[in-house]
Ligand binder design. Structure first.
Ligand SMILES: [Zn+2]
Length: 313
């Protein structure tokens, strides 16, 4: 999709599939509206489990080809969402999946959890200064649910947000750029509780997830932004289904399960907490770009970008 609005959205995620679960409707909506949507995924998710028995041979303890396979799944998912700018931090396979907290993979020297935050952030700064997004979406400091790669994705994205705006930091990566708004992925507790009750009633899975199984759940009042992706729910479901090693989507597209086979609601409205930048005029916001005048070269009022561009060059 060619960008036509001057709006540029950057999402930073840990593994292929996280983007579709958390932001699939958001990405499809902004891509359809002509925004430039950039996804940076930090690992190939090669440590994941595999749901379909016929693909079980891909896992790290057998063929060890899951990472390469998941690149294909991500490609298919992004085609479903209409997103064309997809990158792996440092290139595919630069950072290995660290596995869940406490497993031996956490200690592998090439895993993302062991990566130097500043070094990894430098790679992301290069993307930020090239793309110049007005909006960044990532996880909270717990990574939403405590997975080491999600925590590290938060740290790297947060550090890159700071460094990209500093004209003194590595000018060879491009002119400084201050991202106007930073959001964390959220799910309001009341929304989740209602949706889980419906899941228990209707979803065709052997069990139902607990609120603790769902990343980013917070008290409703912390949520600043509700992005109605209802028109793109089918695209989100298709993108999630493309991650077939990781996700089972029910035939209605209203529910899904991960490898634990516990049903979860497939939310077409996606929720966010604004953690940096000015909120739009009305809360809750219904647009991540609310309050920004996102012309092609628009920088936010507090940004040094235009002047630093001259200084740096
Ligand atoms: Zn993940």
């Amino acid at each position: 999709m060619t960008a036509t609005t001057g709006r540029r959205l950057l999402l930073v995620h840990a593994h292929p599939d996280d983007e579709s679960i958390n932001n699939g409707a958001t990405m499809a909506r902004y891509a359809a509206e002509g925004a430039h949507v950039t996804l940076v995924t930090c690992t190939l998710g090669e440590g994941g489990e595999v749901i379909p028995p016929e693909l079980a041979h891909l896992t790290a303890d057998r063929d060890g080809t899951l990472g390469a396979y998941r690149i294909g799944e991500l490609t298919e998912a992004m085609a479903a969402l209409g997103v064309t700018d997809v990158r792996f931090l440092g290139g595919p396979g630069r950072y290995r999946d660290s596995g869940m907290m406490g497993v031996p993979d956490n200690d592998a020297p090439d895993c993302f959890w062991r990566a130097d935050v500043d070094e990894a952030a430098g790679r992301l700064v290069a993307v930020v200064r090239e793309v110049r997004p007005q909006v960044l979406v990532t996880y909270d400091e717990q990574g939403g649910y405590g997975h080491p790669d999600h925590i590290q994705a938060h740290r790297v994205a947060t550090r890159a947000h700071e460094l990209a705006a500093d004209p003194a930091y590595r000018p060879e990566l491009g002119p400084a750029w201050r991202i106007a708004k930073v959001y964390w992925n959220r799910v309001p507790r009341s929304v989740l509780e209602r949706a889980l009750a419906e899941t228990a009633e209707k979803a065709p899975f052997p069990g139902v997830a607990e609120p603790a199984d769902v990343p980013g759940v917070v008290d409703d009042e912390l949520v600043t932004t509700a992005l109605d992706g209802g028109a793109h729910a089918g695209r989100k479901a298709a993108a999630m289904a493309a991650h077939a090693t990781q996700i089972t989507v029910d035939p209605t597209g209203a529910f899904f399960a991960l490898s634990n086979h516990l049903g979860q609601p497939l939310l077409a409205t996606e929720y966010y907490q604004l953690v940096h930048g000015q909120a739009g005029p009305r809360l809750p916001e219904d647009d991540l770009f609310a309050g920004l005048d996102a012309g092609p070269d628009t920088a936010p009022a507090d940004a040094p970008a235009a002047t630093s561009e001259e200084r740096v060059r």
